[in-house]
Write a protein that binds this ligand. Structure first.
Ligand code: BV8
Ligand code: ZN
Length: 248
């Protein structure tokens, strides 16, 4: 797309955001790519760990079969995340929240970088890798407060075994978070989809619901996705470069 149109689109969208009553943003691994967080599907490959595709190791079935291995996988993920800081894309979204009457940020990411950038009330559709949840009483604790040598960690409320507080494949999303996300998506007049391959459901259904409810749908992604043809505007670029240009 010629540069002129691109900048016209960007300034047009900036005006639309400035005038928006309600904005809904859905993010995926791509928004954290410039922070050094590996994506799951880059260049057509699916992330594999110890020979297992991530959909296998990150599955409810694996928690039942080998909880220790699931902890090893998330200990590895946290090891990578420990060196990652929010990038300009996270920072822009945190700023937008302070300038809009109704702004909702829903993420598929479990890295906690949106909150670290200052975003409040982030809807963590797939949970958070820094939290553990008790299999018996459901008590939640910050993994950084637990003895890293004890795996699986033990619940300080009831002594039960704990699991990563993330939504694994085959598991339902947290009801309250999902209902709020679906409501806000359907009420948005502008919906941005940033850095997601839009393959994993039901999260990928949110922008579709927003569009069906009348939202102006925008995709920010260097690559096309199954959502692209459904969008009113696609901005082909890196989130850390495109979002700051949309600051209003
Ligand atoms: C469920 C936490 C109900 C754990 C995750 C309907 C159709 C088909 C399948 C299903 C369906 N409904 C349900 C399913 C099954 C399944 C599913 O969707 N499977 C897929 C693989 C087809 N869904 C589920 O299992 C869900 N639960 O349905 O429960 C139920 C329950 C019981 C019984 C019956 C039904 C639960 C799904 C949640 C799983 N947990 N994460 C963990 O992190 O390990 S999913 C995980 O993978 C992420 O959270 C995220 O959702 C997904 C990865 O996608 P992305 O984030 O988009 O990342 P990806 O790498 O794929 O893409 C990155 C994109 O960024 C690319 O497009 C790239 O071009 C772009 N990019 C790169 N750099 C940049 C960039 N963009 C901008 N800037 C850059 N710099
Ligand atoms: Zn407990």
């Amino acid at each position: 797309m010629p540069e002129k149109d691109e900048s016209a689109n960007v300034s047009g969208l900036r005006e639309r955001l400035r005038a928006a009553r309600s904005v809904f943003v859905l993010t995926g691994a791509g928004v954290s790519a410039e922070s050094g967080v590996p994506t799951f599907r880059g260049g057509g490959q699916t992330a594999v760990w110890k020979g297992m595709p991530f959909e296998v190791i990150s599955s409810a079935e694996m928690v039942g079969r080998d909880l220790a291995l699931v902890w090893e996988w998330f200990d590895y993920r946290r090891g990578v995340l420990r060196t990652c800081r929010p990038n300009p894309a996270h920072e822009s979204l945190a700023r937008w929240q302070t300038r809009l009457p109704q702004f909702t940020l829903a993420t598929q990411n479990v890295d906690g970088l949106h909150a670290e950038a200052g975003s409040r009330g982030v809807l963590e559709l797939h949970g958070n890798a820094w939290r553990a949840r008790c299999l018996d009483c459901g008590n939640r604790e910050d993994v950084r407060e637990k003895d890293a040598g004890v795996r699986p960690p033990v619940c300080r409320a009831c002594g039960g075994l704990m699991r990563p507080d993330v939504v694994l494949f085959g598991e339902m999303l947290p009801e309250d978070v999902w209902v709020e996300a679906a409501e806000r998506a359907a009420a948005a007049d502008v919906c941005l989809v940033v850095g997601t391959s839009a393959i994993v459901h039901p999260a990928a259904g949110l922008p579709v619901a927003a569009k069906r409810a009348g939202a102006f749908l925008v995709e920010v992604n260097p690559e096309a996705t199954p959502l692209s043809d459904f969008c009113d505007l696609t901005l082909r670029g890196a989130a850390g470069e495109v979002l700051p240009r949309l600051d209003f």
